[in-house]
Design a protein around this ligand. Sequence first.
Ligand SMILES: [Zn+2]
Length: 264
Amino acid sequence: MEPLATALWYAASGVPVLPLHTGGGGGRCSCRRPHCDRPGKHPRWHPRLITAGLHQATTDPDQVVRWWTAWPRANVGLRTGVTVDVCDVDTPVGLRLLSALVDDAAVPAVRTGSGGLHLYFAATGAPNRVRVLPGVDWRGKDGYVVAPPSIHANGRRYRWIRHGPAPDCPSELISLVMPPPRPHPRSCATRPGTPRPHSTTRRSGSGRRRWGSATTRSTGRRAAWAGWPPPGTSVSTRSPTRSPTPPAPPASGRTRQRARSARA
Ligand SMILES: [Zn+2]
């Protein structure tokens, strides 16, 4: 599936998209900077098309067409924290630790170009967090991920390996990604040895109640994006357990018409 059609499908599913630079074999990046530190992963920039990167991610199909008409091979970035959050697993150790907490068999998953794993959950309201476990990061509010059919700097594509509706994040994982609550002003006067709010909350589980409300809000959006990935996207392993029910991708004629008007 071409990047434009896939980006339109993500947008129609309620997930804001943004155009990223494209990777190439040998660590090259379409930004052509000789020492780009994030090849194929950072937002495109153009004075009339996109100047604020992530903050201009959109579900507007006309804008998506304008971007991918200007850059047909642009990698596809998905803003997290709106409809979906992504658990980013970079190492086998991280996957083993995560699997001990979460049954990931029913979670939509992407094999990244570097061989890692992106697990898609319903948005939780959590912010980005690095190293929630060794080798595991969380992409939430104000974050984004590179999505299929993007090309990694090593030349390999990101690809869906499992699909279906993104589930609510399990409480065991939420307890890791949730930010520690701000201490109450009076609690600043606690005596030495008093447990820190962070550890107290984890044990008490009070944060889970907060997250429960967040996932309830996100559940209402699920109907729009149940059944990832988009039709026509190859899924390399395991047969889908249910038929995807995404919005129909736009007809190619419509796409071309938008493309012409974008160029006008
Ligand atoms: Zn670059």
